[in-house]
Design a protein around this ligand. Structure first.
Ligand code: PXL
Length: 268
């Protein structure tokens, strides 16, 4: 049997498995790629609520990287939640000299609005993007943060993608899911002289999801591991994300009420 293509995710663990390294591993598997994981934080959450987040120590992050980096033929790497500047620096140090540049999802907050990364992590992340980035995949708020200005609509996002490309010196995918409009419009700036490419997908109404950004960047890394060129990898990943969102099941959970019912079975 031929060896499968291998991709690595460096990300947080999400107990609800909709985001984080669980989402990444699902996308890798669905696309036929063998996934490796380095955990950076343990996030206790379910849809709509983050209960707590415990950081994995920088030493444990370094050890996980040391364990896998040279043992497998890793063809693509993505990062998700890097919760502290020390975590970013541990990852940057381990990847120094490693011949694979990284798809960086600059996760700062969960979909609930809960901060997952410290303020200091953002500054360290900008350096990491400059030195190790192949592609950075900000959403609207993350792009506005890096540029220090508002992006009023999807058309202005085109220039913002180009601006970020100049700022970071790597390709930029500015995702349009958080703008208004019937379609979600992403902009891919990957060629300093060429056009910024428009990637359009119909919005799926009524969805309240987390982890779409994780799934998207993981699918891009999977397609890169399979040997696709960057623009093709992004387009195919966007298609995969759309089908994954269409197949999404809403769990009618009971949140804290369910927990109380477990403690008091007579009330359930
Ligand atoms: O979707 C952003 C995200 C990334 N990583 C982890 C998360 C979340 C959102 O909840 O929990 C671990």
């Amino acid at each position: 049997m031929n060896a499968p293509a291998v991709a690595l995710t460096i990300a947080g663990s999400d107990s609800s498995a909709g985001a984080g390294l669980q989402a990444d591993l699902k996308a890798f598997s669905a696309l036929g790629v063998y996934g490796l994981t380095v955990a950076t934080a343990i996030v206790a959450e379910r849809p709509g609520a983050v209960l707590s987040s415990e950081l994995v120590s920088p030493g444990a992050i370094s050890d996980q990287l040391r364990a896998v980096l040279t043992h497998y033929p890793i063809r693509a790497i993505k990062t998700g939640l890097l919760p502290s500047s020390a975590a970013v620096e541990a990852v940057a140090a381990a990847l120094q000299g490693f011949p694979v540049r990284v798809v960086i999802d600059p996760v700062a907050v969960a979909s609930t609005g809960t901060a997952l990364a410290s303020a200091g992590a953002g500054a360290a992340l900008a350096d990491f993007i400059r030195t190790c980035g192949r592609l950075v995949t900000p959403n609207r708020a993350e792009a506005e943060h890096f540029l220090g200005m508002a992006i009023p609509g999807p058309e202005e996002a085109r220039d913002a993608a180009r601006g970020l490309q100049q700022l970071f010196g790597c390709a930029v995918l500015l995702k349009g899911g958080h703008f208004e409009g019937p379609d979600a419009i992403d902009w891919l700036a990957h060629d300093p002289r060429g056009d910024v490419e428009k990637i359009r997908a119909p919005r799926i109404p009524g969805l309240d999801l987390h982890g779409t950004g994780c799934t998207y960047s993981a699918a891009i890394a999977a397609h890169l591991a399979l040997g696709k060129e960057l623009p093709t990898a992004v387009r195919e990943a966007r298609r995969y994300l759309h089908s994954a969102m269409q197949g999404h099941f809403h769990w009618p959970g009971r949140g804290d009420e369910g927990i109380k019912a477990l403690a008091n079975p007579a009330e359930s």
